[in-house]
Design a protein around this ligand. Structure first.
Ligand code: ATP
Ligand code: MG
Length: 212
């Protein structure tokens, strides 16, 4: 856990978990919107270790995903990044993330921010009932997913929210880099430059002509 996270004192804390491969403006807008609407004191971005839902595809190194998330959030005093999932290693389960953050912020109210697609799968997550004791869940819409309330979810533990529709996904960004299409303005400039510098998402990492 970084000193900056430990020093981040707050009563109402958003938690934005994700693979962030790479982080993009959809994540940032969703966090900013939820922070405003739920009067949060701050939002902690938590890049995953190895996400269990994505065990079948190669995910970029945790350190690259952590650094991109750090670069993307550094300028916003309300945002910070936690290394808790990256440092725990192994597969990442949201229950572990929330237990760690609860231990770090015993007095804070936690709001776990997640896309509607992920929320739809929430009942398949490990220790789902404890999840709802640890945090309030905020499901945000993203293009292509309809926001319907699953009657089996506890109504007072889940909020659904429409955020400005941003048709941005990490998969599309990776795909664009792979075929040489631009990614400017889909993710902060510092992240674009980091992707180029590290040669991420390129089919042949030979270091030649790294134009995103
Ligand atoms: P991938 O395309 O690889 O699945 P992703 O864009 O979904 O990546 P993740 O790191 O998997 O990014 O997402 C982290 C969280 O952010 C998830 O809860 C996801 O639903 C949510 N999210 C992703 N893109 C958006 C978006 N454009 N608007 C709102 N929420 C989003
Ligand atoms: Mg996703």
């Amino acid at each position: 856990m970084t000193a900056s996270v430990a020093a981040f004192s707050a009563r109402r804390l958003g938690v934005m978990g994700g693979t962030f491969d790479p982080v993009h403006n959809g994540h940032l807008v969703a966090a900013s919107e939820v922070a405003a609407l739920f009067a949060l004191d701050g939002v902690i971005f938590v890049p995953s270790g190895q996400p269990w839902q994505k065990a079948d595809r190669e995910v970029s190194a945790a350190e690259d995903r952590y650094l991109m998330t750090f670069l993307a959030t550094a300028g916003n005093p309300q945002f910070t990044v936690s290394r808790t999932d990256v440092d725990r290693g192994g597969l990442t389960y949201t229950i572990d993330t929330l237990r760690d953050l609860r231990a770090l912020y015993p007095d804070a109210e936690l709001f776990f921010i997640t896309g509607a697609d992920a929320l739809a799968q929430i009942l398949t997550w490990r220790d789902v009932h404890e999840l709802f004791l640890l945090a309030h869940f905020v499901g945000v819409t993203r293009p292509g997913y309809h926001l319907t309330f699953d009657a089996s979810l506890p109504a007072n533990s889940v909020s659904l929210l429409e955020v400005p529709a941003l048709a941005i996904s990490s998969s599309d960004i990776r795909d664009r880099v792979g075929r040489g299409a631009p990614i400017w303005y889909l993710t902060p400039d510092a992240v674009v430059r980091y992707i180029v510098k590290r040669g991420l998402y390129r089919p042949h990492r030979d270091g030649t002509d790294p134009v995103p």
